[in-house]
Design a protein around this ligand. Structure first.
Ligand code: SF4
Length: 372
């Protein structure tokens, strides 16, 4: 199999991983650019080579394209894949590398191949830009430490929200040992300053899991392991896999989970508060603004006086996010008094959403109608 054929298979195999965002770029009319995706990192969107080192896997995860026995198999040798990346980078087609892999027979052998690729890219090619590497389930601590030394970001995919759920999806992957234990090591490396951040990803809706199951696990990982953030990828059935007859999950559910996760991670909501927003079967409402829903259900907490509220109170107001709350605090700390809605608008507050939940010097929406 030639390099281009491998790139076609292994670039497509990486598209299920959403932890670096992005849509596959349109194929170039003359040169097929398999594996090039628009990704988001450090708040910036840029083209990235997103690819698997191999799609041969010893595991049998029923949702995963790599568990499909009839699938064409391909493996990049480290020098070959580094060469593809170098060529793309030289032409300005990519500005970063996202390298993942199926597990093959031995997670350390698969990790060694990825490490060798990344070492060539960093060393021989002298690439100093963004590299995201995947820690593989079951990989040794030594391999994971070396990944951390080469990557700007590392991730390990949890996929299911509990050991019980994982057992239903895979007969080979050990949730606690293969994944959580490795995640714990990443947390230790982060605390010791050897790793900036690490992320994970869930497959959403493969097996009847409730939203609360995912969110409870998120809260636990943020609090106990130092996870930076979780990504959610809607389940989509793949022909030839154990779940090929399941119905695809709606991206709207994924969107609701991202909102709830944002409330937990950025706004400081507790799991119990998110729980109060869910309906039957622990499912979040889809297509709704969850912060607004919460504020409407907790009228006793509002309105908030913008000239006196703490940062933590401001960010719980619908229409006020961390950036606008920081600007308000900065202005107040500089001795400025906020006197009207126009000023709040200048700080980036979404006035229509915030209006019912704030007062400015004791005056609420009714007395400020003329300002809208
Ligand atoms: S271990 Fe990873 S690559 Fe292998 S089947 Fe499971 S999810 Fe797919």
């Amino acid at each position: 199999m030639n390099t281009l054929e491998k790139l076609k298979i292994l670039g497509a195999g990486a598209k299920y991983d959403t932890s670096c965002g992005g849509d596959e770029r349109k194929k170039h009319p003359e040169q097929p650019l398999y594996g090039i995706y628009n990704a988001i990192a450090y708040g910036k969107c840029f083209p990235m080579l997103k690819v698997l080192q191999t799609n041969s896997c010893a595991h049998d995860c029923k949702y995963c394209v790599n568990s499909c026995r009839e699938r064409a198999r391909a493996t990049f040798e480290p020098g070959e894949l580094a060469g593809v990346f170098g060529e793309f980078a030289k032409k300005g087609l990519v500005e970063g590398l996202f390298l993942s892999s199926a597990v093959g027979g031995d997670p350390d052998l698969a990790s060694e191949r990825m490490l060798e690729t990344a070492e060539i890219v960093r060393g021989k090619l002298g690439f100093g830009g963004y590299i995201h590497l995947k820690a593989l389930p079951g990989a040794s601590r030594d391999c994971i430490e070396r990944l951390c030394g080469l990557a700007n970001r590392v991730s390990i995919n949890i996929e299911a929200p509990s050991a019980g759920r994982m057992n239903e999806l895979s007969s080979t992957k050990a949730f606690r040992n293969d994944i959580l234990r490795r995640m714990g090591w990443l947390g230790q490396m982060k605390r010791s300053g050897r790793l900036t951040n690490f992320t994970t990803q869930f497959v959403v809706g493969a097996n009847g899991e409730s939203d609360l199951e995912y969110l409870q696990m998120c809260e636990w990982m943020y609090g106990n392991l130092g996870l930076w953030r979780a990504y959610f990828s809607s389940f989509s059935p793949v022909r030839g896999t154990g779940l090929e007859r399941r119905i695809a999950e709606s991206p709207l559910r994924e969107h609701a989970l991202y909102q709830a996760d944002w409330l937990l991670r950025v706004y400081g909501f507790r799991f119990e508060e998110i729980e109060g927003l869910t309906g039957k079967g622990g499912r979040l409402p889809v297509g709704e603004d969850l912060k607004l829903k919460y504020a409407n259900s907790r009228k006793e907490l509002y309105p908030v006086e913008v000239n006196e509220a703490k940062f933590s109170e401001l960010i719980w107001v619908p229409g006020i996010g961390p950036t606008s709350a920081s600007r308000i605090m900065k202005a107040r700390n500089a001795g400025k008094k906020i006197s009207g809605l126009r000023e709040l608008g200048d700080f980036g507050v979404a006035l229509k959403r915030a209006a019912n939940f704030i007062v400015i010097d004791g005056a609420g929406r009714q007395s400020r109608l003329g300002e809208y």
